[in-house]
Design a binder for this molecule. Sequence first.
Ligand code: ZN
Length: 240
Amino acid sequence: MKTRNSIVILLVSILFLTATLAPATFLAETADAKTDPFAIALNHERDYLIVVNDNTPYDFDGIYDNLLQGDLVYISDVYGEATPVEKATALAFTQLQVALREKGLVIGLYSGYRTEADQGWVYNYYSNLEGWKEMNKVLKPGYSEHHTGLLLNIMILHPDDDGDDVWFTETAERQKTIPEFRILHETLADFGFIDRYPEGKEDITGIPCEPYEIRFVGSSFIAHTIMDNDLCLEEYLAGN
Ligand SMILES: [Zn+2]
């Protein structure tokens, strides 16, 4: 009898805990689903806060990669080439493009998901490009966040000296001073994106400031927490 009472008390406690905890979780999820227009494309099995850097290589045999392979979609880049990107990232990116166009800013995709072989090509190409290696870090295959499908390189359409619109091909150093990047960075978080390699965080990210690298984190709430508090992704994760 005593055991049965204990079980009843235990069950009541579990029910009480579930009742008090569940609504909070449910509210958080529905709030995101309502406010985030890209939420419909999220794969809830995926870790949208995955980090890849010098200390954390990408696991090509891991569960993340298995999930990603089923979730890659193709969107057109600035050259009109079909470029693979994670599904929800692709939807959020097109929504970001529309919002920026209303502010008079046209952005295009330059690079998205990369295989290990893709990154090997990038590594060889940029390592041999004069002046590039001194100003930019070039990552070895396996250590690029492009393997996650969540990191995008974007370009901004901008008038050149003759007034013709061109996609940016200038150095990262010059890009930092271009006012359009401020408008871009102000708009990112509403669509679940962050500035992945911000200025002043080089020691933490291991990457020089690259204002054209935007990273999808799957939630506008998390993106705002990161951007509004001037954090980088590693700092946000260390505090949570
Ligand atoms: Zn990149």
